[in-house]
Design a protein around this ligand. Structure first.
Ligand SMILES: CC(C)(COP(=O)(O)OP(=O)(O)OC[C@H]1O[C@@H](n2cnc3c(N)ncnc32)[C@H](O)[C@@H]1OP(=O)(O)O)[C@@H](O)C(=O)NCCC(=O)NCCS
Length: 192
């Protein structure tokens, strides 16, 4: 896990259509404007809603201050051809001792169904296994969230269990599906 500490703030990952990069404080207004959607918030467990520029500024400031800074770092997903910010995807709660992390993502509704999140998340998972030497990457989604479950399956994730009435959000309890992909699953996926 040595490389995590070596990374600089200009860190970015690239795919065919996307640039995934760390946000800077100037991104706060756009980040807040894009993420402040009920279609996104109702599927996210801890996201504030309404989501303000102050929320975005706090988040970015926290990650800039965190040690190692990569932990809890949201990667802005930007279209390569226009630079527009269309979502976020990140490895969180990186656990160096047990070599595991948690992945999360979101996308603006106007861009859903274009394969962007699968493309971004595959790159982040590749980064986790091939550059951060992780053994396991975990994820969870509301049991009703079929789009997210589908993305997780396309990352090679296995549904491990469903926790009943696991999350209380907007005055309702939700069942949550828990997933993981192991380094060996990933090796098989990319070896195919
Ligand atoms: C989940 C989310 C990020 C997916 O974004 P996206 O840009 O549509 O993702 P992709 O286009 O890469 O892939 C979506 C997949 O889900 C499938 N899908 C979409 N809606 C679906 C539904 N209602 N039922 C089944 N599959 C569905 C798509 O067909 C596609 O699969 P395919 O490539 O096999 O056809 C997006 O819906 C979102 O931001 N939702 C709100 C926030 C959220 O749920 N975040 C995840 C929290 S765990």
């Amino acid at each position: 896990m040595g490389r995590i500490e070596d990374l600089t703030m200009s860190f970015q990952l690239e795919t065919d259509r996307l640039i995934l990069r760390t946000p800077v404080l100037d991104d706060a207004p756009e980040w807040a404007e894009k993420i402040n959607r009920i279609e996104i918030a109702e599927n996210m467990v801890n996201m504030p809603f309404p989501y303000t520029v102050e929320n975005a500024t706090d988040l970015i400031r926290k990650l800039l201050d965190s040690e190692p800074w990569i932990d809890k770092k949201p990667l802005c997903i930007c279209l390569k051809n226009t630079g527009e910010l269309i979502g976020g995807c990140n490895l969180m709660a990186i656990d160096a001792k047990h070599r595991k992390a948690f992945i999360g993502f979101w996308c603006i509704p106007e861009m859903w169904g274009n394969g962007y999140i699968t493309e971004a998340a595959l790159r982040v998972v590749k980064y986790g296994f091939e550059e951060c030497d992780l053994e396991r990457i975990e994820a969870r989604c509301m049991a009703l969230n079929q789009a997210s479950a589908r993305v997780l399956e396309k990352l090679g994730m296995v549904h491990e269990y469903t926790a009943r009435r696991d999350v209380f959000r907007f005055d309702k309890f939700y069942d949550m599906k828990y997933y993981s992909v192991l380094r060996s699953d990933w090796d098989r996926l990319v070896g195919e």
